[in-house]
Design a protein around this ligand. Structure first.
Ligand code: GDP
Ligand code: MN
Length: 378
């Protein structure tokens, strides 16, 4: 998931024609002073931390200033903050608008309905979780058809808008839908959406881009978050690979068996360090690739727990033995294997011949992996 900072979200909104406050991103107090002095950001202004966590208003990460000196001071104060564990590196300075009413609108993915969901409330500017349910309207949107006229009218009526503002809101809803849909959004939220005279202005922006669509968005390559370099490579190769804190590597197939394997290691005092889900593959090239990636994580030992269903035990075993040969000498590790299922006898024979400790039962093999992990801690 790619979470966009407010200013990036607003840039997307602007691309689809939405009305936004005039503003600029700055990185220092001096810059804050300069852009307010020059009038590039009109005064009074709002100084906002560009962090991914919400609740900045309450947390002192949104401040107001009426002079360049005050803007500089606010900028300095916010840049010194660590907001919910995140260092503040960028600020958004914007003209302060006279807000009439604060509304809430958002498009999100309802995974249980498997449809985009439009939510709106006349009570904006507060966390949506605290808004009573009868103050929120929910409309499920057909992903191909988009927002229909009646759906927009229902939202507009619920928000209590008539006349000019109703018309403006109709356009805004369309723009929000286009942003969400055309930019592969998982979430596009505006809170607050402010009525300012005859304008409706997005004062905040929270946009999340769908991870599965990230290949369509090279523009976010540098901000794709919370993946380690190895996880990043794995993602590009289409391998399910996650790094944890421990020192034992896990290779399993299927999410269920993978989780059960992690639990078993934990239960016997081991600490899983990285896990790799082979899924339904026994493609030797893929197995080799995955195995080499596992080696790069430098586990003290690796526990392989594979059930041969569609993937046959002997094919997996062959792939593994091939892969082991390619691991550089300084990255080798003890391998404890438990493979069950189709052609397991053949598979076990192949592994044993290659010097792999191969066992049949989960408990004994997990214990052996924990012992190997403790013996060879790095
Ligand atoms: P959040 O708390 O992280 O969601 O940050 P917001 O961007 O929503 O800002 C917090 C609050 O600051 C908003 O709910 C507004 O009440 C206020 N705010 C932000 N921009 C303006 C503005 O231009 N004018 C006024 N009067 N208030 C603003
Ligand atoms: Mn907000």
């Amino acid at each position: 998931m790619v979470k966009l900072a407010e200013w990036r979200g607003k840039e997307l909104f602007r691309k689809y024609g939405m009305s936004l406050p005039r503003g600029r991103v700055v990185r220092s107090a001096d810059e804050a002073k300069a852009v307010t002095e020059s009038g590039e950001v009109p005064l009074p202004c709002v100084v906002k931390a560009q962090v991914l966590a919400g609740g900045r208003g309450k947390g002192g990460a949104v401040r107001f200033a009426s002079t360049p000196a005050e803007a500089a001071e606010a900028a300095r104060a916010i840049l010194d903050m660590e907001f919910k564990g995140e260092k503040v590196k960028e600020l958004l300075l914007e003209e302060k608008l006279a807000i009439g009413r604060e509304l809430y609108v958002a498009l999100t993915l309802d995974r249980s309905a498997r449809l985009p969901l439009l939510m709106a409330s006349p009570q904006g500017g507060v966390e949506i979780e605290t808004v009573p349910d009868d103050q929120i309207v929910r409309i499920w949107v057909h992903p191909f058809a988009g927002l229909s006229g009646w759906q927009k009218r229902r939202v507009i009526k619920f928000l209590g808008l008539t006349g000019g503002p109703a018309k403006t809101m109709d356009t805004l809803l369309e723009q929000l839908w286009r942003t969400f849909h055309l930019e592969d959004g998982e979430l596009a939220e505006i809170n607050p959406l402010a009525i300012v005279g005859d304008r409706i202005v997005a004062l905040d922006a929270k946009v999340i881009i769908e991870d599965d669509a990230s290949f369509r968005h090279p523009e976010y390559a540098d901000i794709r978050d919370d993946r380690t370099p190895l996880e990043e490579i794995a993602r590009e190769e289409g391998i399910a690979f996650v790094q944890l804190d421990g020192n034992i590597g896990v290779i399993a197939n299927g999410a269920g068996l993978t989780m059960a394997t992690l639990d078993a290691l934990q239960q016997f005092g081991g600490r899983p360090g990285v896990f790799l889900d082979l899924g339904g593959t026994d493609d030797p090239a893929k197995v080799t690739q995955a195995f080499l990636l596992m080696a790069k994580a430098r586990p003290a030992a690796v526990f392989l727990n594979v059930f041969g269903g569609v993937t046959r035990c002997d094919t997996v075993a062959k792939g593994l033995v091939e892969a082991m040969k390619q691991v550089p000498a300084n990255e080798r590790f003890p391998l404890i294997a438990r493979i069950r299922g189709n052609n397991e006898t053949e598979g076990i024979a192949i592994l044993r011949e290659a010097g792999v400790i191969s066992m049949r039962e989960l408990e004994e093999s997990a214990k052996a992996a924990v012992a190997a992990g403790n013996g060879g801690a790095r």
